[in-house]
Design a protein around this ligand. Structure first.
Ligand code: SAM
Length: 339
């Protein structure tokens, strides 16, 4: 390496060793001290009352705030501390932006950091099993709510790309396979007045889905159904949607799921596949990678990497036509028609 290359490589190595640790430690502490919500409510605060409010010592909190200032989480307003627009938008008050906030994911990652990720070498040696913050797969309403809250908190861009590009005019009955708590399908019901959705999920999630649909005014058109999407056929309808479901599945497994969709769709009906992008060589998807690493500690994991460019071949191989692709907001949406 020449010195320019060495400097760039050193930066990258420093990022790997220091950056993630410093940033996540500050974020985790911020959530555990309820610092983001307290500052969002107050607007700005002097150090002493802020320390009292978070149950901390002023000198120690002051040091945390200085570190947080360096990484863009807080800033000074005269002698007071306040949130930056960035942390106010993504870390404070989830109720203000429920489809676009990191609190739930940070809670889960904090648990996994302490109990799993820091022991990854032991997992590779077969001496550390994956441990989940709540039972996985979830059984009870509360366990399902834990995971569905994480999913719904990052639904903003999936909802946006579907709102812009989903071709659902004239579709009366759609199946949303593994549809989460229903925020995404509810947004489609609101956009397409003729649309009815059956949302397939685990038994413990169905009440949550139906209550959520009712609260959004689409309870008569969006209903949950306890169907094991891996073992049971999908109900018949005019469309099937896989939203953030197929991206971690191998070509073989995706093909099997898409074939089940084909069998359930009436002629003239449509399939929609919305995936996060996980294979950009210039932008690793750390959300997906964090889940992928969990598979190391499991006896069996279906998580995989496939290029989304495989979809047209899979879809056409099964018999779908008119394949279209939209790529936006770090997501990709494939749609096709069953002739
Ligand atoms: N589509 C939603 C979204 O984009 O936010 C949620 C995607 S989340 C990655 C996976 C979903 O599949 C969850 O709602 C989960 O409860 C559901 N799920 C997992 N295993 C399932 C199974 N065997 N049968 C039915 N649903 C399942």
């Amino acid at each position: 390496m020449n010195d320019t290359e060495l400097l760039r490589a050193t930066d990258r190595a420093y990022d790997m060793v220091f950056k993630g640790l410093v940033e996540f430690s500050c974020v985790k502490a911020g959530f555990e001290l309820d610092l983001f919500n307290i500052l969002a409510d107050a607007g700005s605060m002097e150090l002493e009352p802020l320390a009292e409010k978070v149950g901390g010592e002023a000198r120690r909190l002051g040091q945390l705030l200085v570190a947080m200032e360096q990484i863009g989480l807080v800033e000074k307003d005269g002698s007071k501390w306040k949130l930056t627009e960035f942390s106010d938008t993504l870390f404070a008050k989830p109720e203000n932006h429920p489809s676009h906030t990191m609190e739930s994911a940070a809670h889960s990652m904090g648990f996994l950091a302490e109990n799993y990720y820091m022991k990854l070498a032991d997992a590779v040696r077969g001496k550390q099993k994956f441990i989940s913050p709540v039972a996985y797969p979830p059984q009870t309403r509360e366990e399902n709510e834990y995971f569905e809250t994480i999913h719904r908190r990052t639904a903003y861009f999936p909802i946006k790309i579907l709102g812009e590009f989903a071709k659902l005019d004239g579709i009366k009955q759609m199946t949303d396979v593994g549809g989460g708590i229903g925020d995404i399908s509810a947004s489609l019901c609101q956009k397409f007045p003729e649309l009815n959705v059956t949302l397939l999920n685990l038994p413990g999630a169905i009440e949550l889905v139906n209550e959520n649909a009712a609260s959004k005014g689409v309870g008569d058109r969006l209903k949950g159904a306890a169907v094991d999407i891996y073992k049971e056929p999908f109900p018949e309808g005019d469309a099937v949607m896989f939203c953030r479901m197929l991206y971690p599945m191998s070509v073989q497994f995706s093909t099997m799921m898409i074939k089940k969709a084909y069998d359930a769709i009436r002629p003239g009906g449509r399939i929609l596949i919305l995936d996060m992008l996980i294979c950009d060589p210039n932008k690793p998807n750390f959300d997906y990678l964090s889940h992928y690493l969990c598979g190391i500690g499991m006896d069996f994991s279906v998580l995989d990497f496939k290029k989304h460019a495989e979809y047209p071949g899979i879809l056409e191989g099964i018999g779908f036509t008119d394949v279209t692709k939209e790529e936006k907001y770090d997501h990709v949406l494939y749609q096709a028609v069953k002739p």
